[in-house]
Write a protein that binds this ligand. Structure first.
Ligand SMILES: *Cc1c(COP(=O)(O)O)cnc(C)c1O
Length: 754
């Protein structure tokens, strides 16, 4: 049966209606069911060793288009619906984004699942089935408010498996019920799985906001991703979540090993486990525990697990390196304590450097240390990041185990982030260089032949303009804002964190506002778009959102400035917003403090969609700069070495930078009568004081250089043919950042699945 016949059969069966007479919701659900059945019917890829990718989050985005594409039905679906006077994008309005992830780490996991499937590798994801996500962001009184973000309906992408595992907590046991999402591989005929564990009787959503009874583990364990851990109940809940994930996941691994006909003694030969950041690190002692139960000796169990598990480090921010108190483990999973003590003993026998111990003096378990000692691979996520790990952050470990360290520069799937989200550009690429780039994004380099082709460059500009118009329509519909499509679209979308320095971008807005107020108009209007969620307990991040929203309100109400400068913060930034924003971007803001952004993947999506990067030499920006050359990127700011030195010496003094004449008036604007007339004086003053006296992520160190380089970028935009060439270069060189390339490297150097 072709897609048309399948869809007809489905709508007749479900609604006793032909597709033409179904409404969008019915048609969406029927198409989802057809797609899901086709994906679920596909076999798993072959392979002697099977990968399990453990992650606290998977930021999947909507799945309909992506799955149709992987099934080879995307064009057929588009044409079929068009023939009925309908559109795929209208149907997708019916789809809810799964609330299973929140930021770059989760989106990386989702891109990886897509690439693992597309490369026909035998690998599955393992995660938790959160019901209400991180939160849904609402703006009220120029501030962020948090609501539950439910995504599960009677019908969803989840496939019940009928399978469950008992997870033994201290004092009680919970069943972990397994659901799967099928992940079809593009051009393979096979499919992987995302395995999601849930409690049996999940709690309903809180009536107001996202506060709930954090002590009600049996019902609330899977309610939220990263529940607020500013109190002890919240911290304990996170440990319960982590142990639930790894215990159920480890049991699944051993059950499937047995089903494949292999004995537990051969675990490492037949299984690879990738630990995505430290949240799933307890999988190491848990696998050891389960192997002991199955009769292996401690020696043999440790040997097997040490050749099964591999660890990816995602950050050098101290706050993110988990160190749980032993007392928490004692409460949540007391059965792990003897194993952790044994692992600590062995680690200390290997090195007398106390920095590599697993159990710290004050009774804490250092999760990353566990991974490094008892995993066989440690990888960073961009070249610079891996170098910092080897020579600074994890130096004592690198001295001990140099052979374990790898770099695996992150990537993104070009199927979602180019083919699906930017059909106009995809069609252009295929018309100009053929369809080879779809299976091998490195082929985008063939675009370089068009460097002198004026018609091609004109067309690129026209496509960008059309995507900007599409974004304007979305913003009008969803947020009621009206934007000038002729203005330059300058976009910073990512989680809100001081190290990402949205506050520095806000200082640029203040600079430009005051320039315009002083009669110095820009060559062309500028639209500065932001999108970001702040962690609910992260005060300073919330103050920065308030600053941006206050600037937005101030400018919107100012008829002198508004025609020249706009600030728009999209509400509830998520994958669906990203898919609209990224194709419409002219200037991609990647302005983290050098050394702090491990890689960044948003920048790769922007690059592939023809945006030009304005960035520091941080994370994967370094590799972008090397690929495109200095003509095709705008870089600024202190180097990672300078920044690392400032931290080591403790010699950064924000007040000295504040007192520079180009800086002080910008920072002081935070507490100016103009801004205080729209914003909350307490929040703005707190942010002002912090910038002036602390500025831990050194926005004031780089702000002047940032402003002058940004001005140069905006001036560069006015030479339209030259800008179009920069766009072309960026697209042409973006193929390196395909997650297919990243995953091929993981497989070659770490997983060795076949
Ligand atoms: C890609 C992506 C991210 C990661 O962005 P960075 O700029 O790398 O931090 C976060 N959120 C969403 C929705 C994304 O699509």
């Amino acid at each position: 049966m072709n897609l048309s016949q399948r869809l007809r059969a489905k709508t007749l069966e479900r609604y006793q209606l032909p597709p033409e007479q179904c409404d969008d919701a019915q048609l969406f659900h029927a198409l989802m069911a057809v797609t899901q059945q086709l994906a679920a019917a596909r076999p798993a890829p072959a392979g002697a060793r099977k990968l399990y990718y453990f992650s606290a989050e998977f930021l999947m985005g909507k799945l309909l288009s992506n799955n149709l594409l992987a099934l080879g039905l995307f064009e057929e679906a588009r044409e079929l619906l068009a023939g009925m006077g309908r559109s795929l994008s209208a149907l997708e309005e019916q789809e809810r984004e799964p609330s299973l992830g929140n930021g770059g780490l989760g989106r990386l996991a989702a891109c990886f699942l897509d690439s693992i499937a597309a490369l026909g590798l035998n690998g599955d994801g393992v995660g938790l089935n959160y019901h209400y996500g991180l939160f849904r962001q609402k703006f009220q009184d120029l501030k962020q408010h948090e609501e539950p973000d439910p995504w599960l309906e009677a019908e969803s992408w989840l496939i019940p498996t009928g399978r469950s595992f008992s997870v033994p907590f201290g004092g009680f046991t919970l069943q972990a019920v397994l659901y799967d999402i099928a992940i079809p591989g593009a051009h393979t005929g096979t499919a992987g799985r995302l395995h999601l564990f849930d409690v049996e009787r999940p709690a309903p959503a809180p009536a107001h906001g996202i506060a709930f009874d954090k002590g009600d583990i049996p019902h609330c364990l899977t309610s939220f991703l990263y529940p607020d851990d500013s109190d002890q109940a919240g911290q304990l809940l996170r440990v319960y979540q982590q142990y639930f994930l790894v215990s159920a996941g480890a049991q699944l691994i051993l059950a499937q090993l047995e089903e494949r006909g292999f004995s537990p003694e051969t675990l490492s030969q037949h299984v690879a486990v990738q630990i995505n950041d430290t949240h799933p690190s307890m999988v190491i002692p848990e696998l050891i525990r389960l192997l002991l139960e199955r009769g292996l000796s401690m020696e043999a169990a440790i040997e097997q697990v040490s050749h099964t598990c591999a660890y990816t480090n995602h950050t050098i921010l101290a706050e993110a390196l988990e160190k749980w108190p032993l007392s928490f483990i004692e409460t949540v999973a007391p059965q792990l304590l003897p194993i952790l003590r044994e692992l600590d003993r062995r680690a200390r026998a290997r090195s007398d450097d106390p920095r590599t111990a697993i159990l710290y003096g004050e009774g804490r378990v250092h999760m990353a240390d566990l991974d490094i000692h008892f995993g066989y691979s440690v990888n960073g996520v961009a070249a610079l990041h891996t170098e910092i790990l080897k020579h600074t952050e994890l130096k004592p470990f690198y001295d001990l185990y140099p052979e374990k360290f790898h770099n695996k520069t992150n990537g993104v799937t070009f199927r979602r982030w180019l083919e699906v989200c930017n059909p106009a550009l995809s069609d252009f690429l295929t018309a100009r260089i053929g369809p080879g780039w779809k299976t091998d994004p490195a082929a985008l380099e063939e675009l370089l032949a068009l460097e002198g082709d004026d018609a091609a460059l004109e067309e690129l500009l026209a496509i960008k303009r059309a995507n900007k118009e599409r974004l304007c329509r979305a913003l009008r519909a969803r947020q009621g804002v009206e934007l000038d499509v002729e203005s330059i679209f300058d976009i910073q979308v990512k989680r809100l964190h001081e190290y990402k320095r949205q506050q520095m971008n806000a200082l640029y807005v203040i600079y430009k506002y005051l320039e315009i107020k002083g009669g110095r108009l820009p060559a062309r209007p500028i639209t500065v778009l932001f999108g970001a969620k702040a962690a609910p307990a992260y005060e300073m991040a919330k103050h920065i959102i308030h600053l941006i929203l206050s600037l937005q309100a101030l400018i919107d109400a100012d008829p002198q400035v508004r025609p020249w400068l706009r600030v728009v913060m999209v509400e509830n930034y998520n994958v669906s917003w990203a898919e609209q924003l990224i194709p419409a971007c002219d200037l991609s803001e990647q302005i983290s403090l050098a050394s702090k952004e491990a890689s960044g993947t948003g920048k790769m999506k922007f690059m592939a969609n023809g945006a030009v990067t304005l960035g520091t030499l941080d994370g994967a920006n370094v590799e972008i700069a090397q690929l495109v050359g200095p003509e095709n990127i705008y870089t600024f700011g202190a180097s990672s070495q300078e920044v690392i030195r400032l931290y080591q010496e403790g010699s950064y003094r924000s007040l000295e930078h504040y007192h520079r004449p180009g800086v002080e008036y910008l920072v002081d604007f935070l507490v100016s009568p103009e801004l205080l007339s729209v914003g909350d004086p307490a929040a703005l003053a707190a942010l002002w004081r912090d910038m002036k006296h602390k500025d831990y992520f050194m926005a004031l160190l780089d702000v002047e250089d940032y402003i002058s380089v940004k001005e140069r970028a905006l001036a560069g935009y006015e030479d339209r043919p030259a800008w179009a060439r920069k766009m072309l270069f960026n697209i042409a060189k973006s193929g390196y950042f395909s997650s297919d390339r990243t995953i091929a490297e993981y497989n070659r150097d770490i997983w060795r699945l076949h």
